[in-house]
Design a protein around this ligand. Sequence first.
Ligand code: NOJ
Length: 519
Amino acid sequence: MPNWLNDAVFYEIYPQSFKDTNADGIGDFKGILEKLDYIKELGCNAVWMNPCFASPFLDAGYDVSDYYTAAPRYGTNEDLKQIFVKAHELGMHVILDLVPGHTSVEHPWFRESMKAAKNEFTDRYIWTNDVWEAPEGMGSLRGISEREGACAVNFFSHQPALNYGYYRPQKPWQQAVDAPGPQATIAEMKNVMRFWLQMGCDGFRVDMAGSLIKGDEDGKGTIRLWQDVRAFLDREFPEAAIVSEWGEPDKSLLGGFHMDFLLHFGPSHYNDLFRCEEPYFSSRGKGDASAFVAKYCENYEKTGGKGLICIPSGNHDMDRLARTLTPDEMRIAFAFLLSMPGAPFIYYGDEIGMRYVEGLPSVEGGYNRTGARSPMQWDDTANAGFSAAPSEKLYIPLDESADRPTVKAQMTDDGSLYHEVRRLITLRRAHQALLADGEISFVNAGGACTQENETSYPLVYLRSCEQEKILVILNPSGKGQTLSGEFQPKKTIYAIGGEARFSGGAVTVPPRHAGYYLL
Ligand code: NOJ
């Protein structure tokens, strides 16, 4: 693992909505450049930027039409390079979003592949050889080309699937992983990575990383493909980091990814914590973290205790934390996020508790995700300091509420969520045991790792490394809790909502409490 990843705390920037400097209503690279100091001051030392390449933006940039050119609406390649340069000056790292699975229908490769005459790009995408035959288990584009056949799509129907081959080809049109078409696709994707790494970026968040090779149910082929990519990176860019949107760390880490994201869909139970009817971190105290912990422990074991599972506060695909949690509840949620292994990811605006904007029409393929992508709220000037454009020209309308949180107000208030997050990041970095590769073992999680305790509150775990052991106690519930356990902490290093008492083999935990105790 590149060293810098061990104490990385990422900040996710959705470029469209971060900071607009040319008054066109859309965020841009110069805006990001201007705000790197802010991110650094918060304590984040790494940035993940959502796709910022040429695109018709039917899926907010996850529909790339040129992998080698920055989207003109954000600026030039040179402007993007300036972000890498300044980030490095500030001791920060920047990862870009690599979308290797599909392109836009407007990509020149796709245009060429639609032609009836065979050419260099005929096998760049997955095509059946009969327009009446759709690829099994996938959506497809049909009736749009002079070429005979249907083209597989990966996500929206304007995102044709690039061809990395089939694990076990069965139909005549399904190509083997080592056939020339799939080999050319992966070679080109390495060129894309090389291009941006040479320009100064520090790695990639990889979109839908587990889905490249088709008919590969247990992921064996895709794992091998990424192992090959990792070998290329180790040879040419040993400091480059790759983080996968895969959600199965036993596979992705084996494939050479340094870290894997915990996903809000699939089997992770991540939503049980923050985004369901009774989230664990609500003070109603009706949530249950046990299924989440059980799944987490299972993955942790499978990765040989390496963990390296990144837990995001949110992202551009899910509801804002503030849709289900109050600012006080979010403090405890952050005490959790910032004390877990792997690298924490903070979605822009979550550090001030930005809200999900209800009732918005879909923008650029956002649909129900649109409300979580609204402009960053910097201050109390026009458009919350996001843009000097007329408000009706903003990419997505702002949160209109009179009491919407802003960076400026929270920075001047020591009791704000912003400052809580900042303190927690500082603490994480001051303690080796809290970093990415520190071990974790759960002490209480409501049935997942303990037998006696009936309740899922509090969540208690130990983070440890050779030098130190830290007991983390999180009781989001409005009720105090007692659990048995022999602990004699030397020092309380963090506490909100009072402190836990340790005596006579019992731990008494106050309501709405988060505490880190040095053992
Ligand atoms: C996952 C991305 O996070 C999401 O925003 C996108 O729509 C799909 N992948 C398709 O690329």
